[in-house]
Ligand binder design. Structure first.
Ligand code: PHE
Length: 357
């Protein structure tokens, strides 16, 4: 009995894995195991022998069973330790910046512009990029023969032969969203409309697809003075400067009357643009009082309501603020460019937290 105990306890202690342990269990206390067979022999013994051997065999069986389960637990613990060591990860290591994506300057600037105008009570409105000829032109007081149609280098959509309706266009500006907003919401109204626009043009400052943001405010007693204040507030906030001179230059757009193009005071000293100082002027947007015909096209009575509108290039003001020299690179998807000019995804532009910091 002592030999049996020694044999199995040593073998159990030496077992290297659960499979070896299971083999030992079968050999010792399985149905046909050595100890089980010994127990069967109890029947052939005299009652006196049995009284001595019975408890001894039972005790041995218990001892081996508990040695087996203790060893089993030990092996499981060791396996878990091994796994934890192998799967260990230092979560305090900095992320690999090579792999983190960035926010495109167009997205960044759209967010900045939206934050500024939201603070002045402007909601964001959207319209389709494939636009009806009527919304893109006629409703904006640009009739069929108007030279502005030719100037805009419009992309026209295809119509089946025999279909005489005017073809849809890729919208050439965000101004059709003025009409859609008026149709949808009526007056009073305060919206900005950021989005993609299309013109057949390609050089350092023009790409066939680019971005504009439109602004439209319709109310009683709206004047050029309101337009001027809103744009001054915008330019200060956007360029993150305290004061900036704006120059309203008389201009012409079919959909506004009077119309003004707006320049900001700037300097190009040392080759870098500084907004708010110097003797140069830089055109940044077109604007004016909404033409009565445009209000009517949007189902708003021009005898009761007035409005101002403006439109500017998002890519253009992104180039100016962040010193990006070539517009074409915006849409090349060159990773080196995106890493250089992109913004951290976690720095969401807000007026409280700072737009670009
Ligand atoms: N839609 C004009 C453009 O694309 C800009 C503009 C918008 C001008 C609103 C005046 C008012 O050039």
């Amino acid at each position: 009995m002592d030999d049996l105990r020694d044999k199995y306890l040593t073998a159990i202690a030496d077992a290297g894995d659960e499979a070896a342990l299971e083999t030992l269990r079968v050999q010792a206390v399985g149905k046909k195991g050595e100890i089980s067979l010994k127990m069967r022999e109890l029947g052939k013994m005299t009652p006196e022998e049995r009284q001595v051997m019975g408890p001894k065999l039972n005790a041995l069986k218990d001892e081996i069973n508990s040695a087996l389960s203790a060893k089993k637990q030990g092996l499981a613990d060791a396996a878990l330790d091994e796994r934890l060591r192998g799967e260990w990860l230092d979560v305090t290591l900095p992320a690999r910046s090579r792999r983190s994506g960035t926010i495109h300057p167009v997205s960044q600037v759209s967010e900045e512009v939206t934050a500024i105008f939201a603070d002045m009570g402007f909601a964001v409105a959207e319209g389709p990029q494939v636009e009806s000829d009527w919304h893109n032109f006629d409703a904006l007081n640009i009739p069929g023969h108007h030279p502005a149609r030719a100037e805009m280098d419009t992309f026209y959509m295809h119509r089946d032969t025999g279909d005489t309706r005017p073809p849809h266009v890729l919208r050439t500006h965000t101004s059709p969203v003025q009409i859609r907003s008026m149709e949808l919401q009526g007056a009073p109204l305060r919206v900005i409309c950021p989005g993609r626009v299309y013109r057949a043009d390609y050089d350092q400052t023009h790409t066939p697809m680019f971005h504009q943001v439109e602004g439209l405010a319709v109310d009683k007693d709206i004047s050029m003075a309101n337009l001027k204040w809103v744009l001054e507030e915008f330019v200060k906030a956007y360029f993150e400067v305290d004061g900036v001179d704006l120059r309203f230059r008389a201009s012409h757009f079919p959909f506004t009357e009077p119309s003004a193009e707006v320049d900001i005071r700037c300097s190009w000293e040392g080759g870098t643009l500084k907004v708010g100082e110097g003797d140069d002027w830089l055109e940044i947007l077109g604007s004016g009082m909404v033409h009565p015909k445009v209000l009517m096209a949007g189902n708003i009575d021009p005898a009761a309501w007035q409005g101002f509108a403006f439109g500017m290039g998002i890519d253009r003001i992104a180039m100016l603020k962040y010193g990006i020299p070539d517009l074409r690179a915006f849409f090349d998807s060159d990773l080196r460019w995106l890493r250089h000019y992109g913004f951290s995804a976690l720095d969401v532009p807000t007026l409280r937290g700072g737009l670009s910091r």
